[in-house]
Ligand binder design. Sequence first.
Ligand code: FAD
Ligand code: 2HG
Ligand code: ZN
Length: 484
Amino acid sequence: ASMASTPARNKSFSMVNSDDISYFKKILGEKGVVQEEEKLDDANTDWMRKYKGSSKLMLQPRSTHEVSQILHYCNTRCLAVVPQGGNTGLVGGSVPVFDEVIVSLSFMNNVLSFDKVNGILVCEAGCILENLISFLDNEGFIMPLDLGAKGSCQIGGNVSTNAGGLRLIRYGSLHGSVLGLEAVLANGTVLDMLGTLRKDNTGYDLKHLFIGSEGSLGIVTKVSILTPPKLSSVNLAFLACKDYISCQKLLSAAKTKLGEILSAFEFLDINAMDLVLKHLDGLRDPLPSSKHKFYTLIETTGSTESHDKEKLEAFLLQSIESGLLTDGVLAQDINQASAFWRIREGVPEALMKAGAVYKYDLSLPPEKMYDLVEEMRGRLGAEANVVAYGHLGDGNLHLNISTRQYDDSVLTKIEPFVYEWTSKHRGSISAEHGLGLMKANKIHYSKTAETVQLMAAIKKLLDPNGILNPYKVLPTSVLPQSGE
Ligand code: FAD
Ligand code: 2HG
Ligand code: ZN
């Protein structure tokens, strides 16, 4: 019922036939061609179980050459394709809408090189983020990004969505840390932009087109990424604030007082906290003596334990004295720190267990952010649980509306209000998850008509038949309905 705006299948796309299957088996071998119902069912269904395609074919290439052969063939035959990484995307971008061929990068999971002097990792797109984190840990380095989906999401998926996550406040976005990449265009052309240089101003930096384009311009096959050294002193505080304005003031104070050691600033409200404690096993309230309206997590990362501790403790003491903080606790060891992180990272999972969920991933001026949450509560009353959390340090609100089941009458109270509100405050309707299928037709709330036209022109240049991730990212109105 909530999928009322699904587009119609583009009739210019062919349907997979037995000759196609034979060809794919010839180039990929039996293992690279998946037709089993159970595996296809997983690949057709997104993480939220909200979007479901009906693809009958998933391909699992092992090399860039195989990806190139697949795309060249699909383009010639006009077969639509959905690139798929870990399938943890939250906007319906990673699953087919109809019968598109799924191209999974899972078999391309090798680390190709690591330059220990400069911290530059080169790997295939299908490497799982958590595996890269462990690989680097052994080398004394860390990934510049970390997110709750790390156990399943792939670096190629991260790059294709320009994933943000928990460390962006410190290390910046992937537009900064990705030094190069290799991508295959719709017609099979391999673009080798796999540089490992910090600086390279030789004309247009085309790798940026593939960062955040959600598989609509090409398939990312390799990535070169700048990784920071692992520092010896990491501290995490779990804190409580009495109101939203205090969270905001705490953020400003943390930026100035903690300065270079600040590595994360996250928040969750009491609705998010209650959901996590109710639905996730083995978690305890770190501040059990009383309930609080808001919780924040502040992490510091630095090179000298005594210096960092002293700085953080002085900051916390001051914040308690000035009334910004009402309570707080410092993680005493690594286990406690991961338990604290599990509370914040577990919110999406807890929401899934609670029932239906409408997700909004917004960039907003931090001082306005919580007004939207309160207005939404006013609109929905007792019909829904309006939950707020996110990357406060980056001005990124995750507004989630939890109900027992999906209901169009609830949806009409949320949309277009939430998008109009965001647009009015010059925010973004997608801070980090992308547009996917969910927001392809909503792009105008965040981008001008001229900008969308240029995006469509670029799409047409790189993928004239529109075979790559159709119905996603761009509104169908600006895309050709048949290849010209
Ligand atoms: P998929 O879900 O498989 O695909 C995502 C999009 O990228 C699709 O459009 C797909 O077609 C395309 N794609 C995938 N691989 C390729 C490739 N190799 N080449 C071209 N296109 C490709 N996101 C954040 O930004 N920050 C967070 O903190 C965060 N936390 C999350 C926590 C949880 C529990 C979950 C479930 C999701 C979270 N996400 C977050 C969203 C999601 O994890 C990210 O968007 C992630 O980067 C997607 O990676 P993936 O490999 O799962 O990609
Ligand atoms: C997070 O920060 C993710 O936890 C998911 O980006 C947010 O599910 C969400 O809305
Ligand atoms: Zn997030």
